[in-house]
Ligand binder design. Structure first.
Ligand code: ADP
Ligand code: MG
Length: 435
C-alpha cells in the first residue's frame, strides 16, 4: 500500500510540469483538461468597499443564504443560514431546484431582516464548472459532486435563479455569478491585498488565480485593468491520464461515480472521495484476511461512501497507545466490534497514506500555479474548505511537499486559512460589479 499510495518528489515534479503545460494550453483554447475559465472579475477589492449585499452559496454539501455588510477597512459583518439540498433535489427537475433556492431566500429575508421587501443586490456562488459570458451570465458545463439535474446544463443559471425569485415576487436582483474559488480569492484580498491564489479543499477541489491579461490568449475582449481572475477547474486535471499516480482503488472508485473518467485530480484529493478510497482498500484487506480476521463481514462497510472523510480525520487524530478512539470508531460507526491493535494500526496507516497523498497532490497544484505567475518570491494562497481546516496534519503535509518541490522558495508561499470566501466573496464581487 505504501508503494502505491506514496507520491515521490520526482512524481510531484512531473505533475507540476504537466500542469504548467496544461495551464498554458487551457489559456489558448478550450477543450483541454484544464478549462482555465475567465471569471470576468478584473479587479481585486481595495478594502474600502461598503454597503449591504446578499449572497447565495451552492457549494456541494450545503446551500447558504448570507447577508454581508461591507464596513470598509477590510472588515465585514455577516449573517447566514444553512439549508440542506436533499438527494431528491440533487437529481430532480430544474424548477424544483431553483424554487427551493428562492424559497430559502424568502425565508431568510423574513426571519433575519427588518425590511424584507426593499430592493437588494445579490451575488450567486455556483461552485460548478460554468462557462461565463459576462459577470452575471453563465451556463453550466457539467455537474459534479453528486448533482445531476440534466435540464440545467447549457442554460443561463443566473436567469434560472432570477426567474425563480421573480416567481416568488422577491425584490432581489442577481448581479454577479461567482465561482466559490474566485469568491475566496476576492474575499481574502479584501483584508489581505497580496492574495493571488485561492484553493478549495472541501467536498471538491479547485483553484483560481490572478492572471495577466496578455496571457489569456483565448479572451478576445480588452481587459482595462490588465488582469483577470482565472478559474482553473483543476479537479479535471489530467483527464488524459498522463501523469497522476492512480491506483486500482482510484480506478475502482471512478467506475462507480456518476462521471467516470472525469475529474481524476479531484477524485484523488477532495473530501467527497477520500473516505471511499479508504473503504475500498479496507474491503480488499478484509477479503485477503489481512485485517479483522475471523469476523463476520461488516455490512456497514459494504455500503458505498459509508466511510466518511471526517472519520479519517478522527482516526488520524487518535494518538493513544492502543488506538482506543479508532476502536470506538470501528465499533460504533462500522459495526466491527472486535479489533486487534494490529488491525487498528493498519486502518490508521491506510488513512494516513490516502490523506497524505491528497495533501501532496494539492501542493503540487499550488506549486504549478505559483510558478506560472512567477510569485515564488512571495504570495498569499487563500485556502477554504473543511478538508484543509479540519483534517489533522493536512497543511503541514502540504508545506512538506511544497518544500520538496520548490526548495527554499516554498517559504515565500504563505498558505492561509480563508473563511467564508463563497459568501463574503460573492457579496464583494456583486459590489465590485455594481461600481
Ligand atoms: P463545501 O465543499 O460543500 O463548500 P466544506 O468545505 O465544508 O463544504 O467541505 C465538506 C467536505 O469536507 C465533506 O465532503 C467532507 O468530506 C469533508 N469534511 C467534513 N468534515 C471533515 C473533517 N472533520 N475532516 C476532514 N474532512 C471533513
Ligand atoms: Mg465551500
Amino acid at each position: 500500500m505504501e508503494d502505491i499510495f506514496s507520491v515521490s518528489v520526482i512524481k510531484l515534479n512531473d505533475i507540476v510540469r504537466h500542469m504548467l503545460v496544461e495551464m498554458t494550453r487551457g489559456l489558448k483554447e478550450d477543450n483541454h483538461s484544464l478549462k482555465m475559465l475567465p471569471s470576468h472579475v478584473i479587479k481585486r477589492p481595495t478594502g474600502n468597499e461598503t454597503g449591504s449585499y446578499l449572497a447565495l452559496d451552492l457549494g456541494g454539501s450545503n446551500f447558504r443564504v448570507c447577508e454581508v455588510i461591507l464596513e470598509g477597512n477590510g472588515s465585514t459583518r455577516i449573517q447566514q443560514r444553512k439549508y440542506t439540498v436533499s438527494a431528491e433535489l440533487k437529481s430532480g427537475t430544474r424548477e424544483q431546484l431553483f424554487d427551493f433556492f428562492a424559497d430559502c431566500v424568502v425565508r431568510f429575508l423574513k426571519e433575519n431582516t427588518r425590511d424584507p421587501d426593499r430592493p437588494r443586490k445579490m451575488g450567486f456562488t455556483f461552485s460548478f464548472p460554468v462557462w461565463q459570458t459576462s459577470i452575471k451570465q453563465g451556463s453550466l458545463i457539467h455537474w459534479n459532486k453528486g448533482f445531476s439535474v440534466p435540464s440545467v446544463q447549457g442554460g443561463d443559471v443566473v436567469q434560472m435563479l432570477q426567474d425563480a425569485l421573480d416567481r416568488k415576487k422577491v425584490n432581489v436582483t442577481v448581479t454577479a455569478l461567482v465561482n466559490d474559488t474566485t469568491g475566496t480569492l476576492i474575499s481574502h484580498a479584501y483584508s489581505q491585498p497580496n492574495t493571488s491564489i485561492a484553493v478549495i479543499l472541501g467536498t471538491g477541489t479547485n483553484a483560481a488565480y490572478v492572471e495577466k491579461a496578455e496571457n489569456i490568449f483565448k479572451y478576445k475582449q480588452e481587459i482595462p485593468t490588465g488582469e483577470m481572475i482565472i478559474n482553473t477547474e483543476w479537479g479535471s486535471f489530467d483527464e488524459e491520464f498522463a501523469v497522476l499516480p492512480r491506483t486500482k482503488y482510484d480506478r475502482r472508485l471512478d467506475r462507480t461515480t456518476l462521471n467516470p473518467g472525469r475529474m481524476p485530480f479531484e477524485k484523488m484529493i477532495s473530501g467527497m472521495y477520500l473516505g471511499e478510497i479508504v473503504r475500498l482498500v479496507l474491503l480488499d484487506l478484509i477479503r485477503t484476511g489481512e485485517i479483522f480476521s475471523g469476523q463476520e463481514r461488516s455490512l456497514k462497510l459494504d455500503v458505498p461512501y459509508a466511510f466518511e472523510t471526517a472519520t479519517m480525520s478522527r482516526i488520524e487524530r487518535d494518538h493513544s497507545i492502543d488506538l482506543n478512539d479508532t476502536k470506538s470508531v470501528l465499533q460504533d460507526l462500522l459495526d466491527i466490534p472486535h479489533t486487534t491493535l494490529y488491525d487498528r494500526i493498519i486502518v490508521r496507516s491506510v488513512c494516513e497514506l490516502v490523506g497524505k497523498r491528497s495533501a501532496r497532490l494539492s501542493a503540487a497544484g499550488i506549486a504549478a500555479v505559483a510558478t506560472k505567475i512567477n510569485c515564488l518570491n512571495g504570495c498569499v494562497v487563500a485556502i477554504d474548505g473543511s478538508l484543509f481546516e479540519l483534517y489533522p496534519h493536512y497543511s503541514n503535509r502540504m508545506r512538506d511537499a511544497l518544500g520538496e518541490i520548490l526548495g527554499i522558495s516554498a517559504e515565500n508561499i504563505i498558505l492561509e486559512q480563508a473563511r467564508d470566501g463563497s459568501g463574503q466573496g460573492a457579496a464583494l464581487i456583486a459590489a465590485l460589479a455594481a461600481e
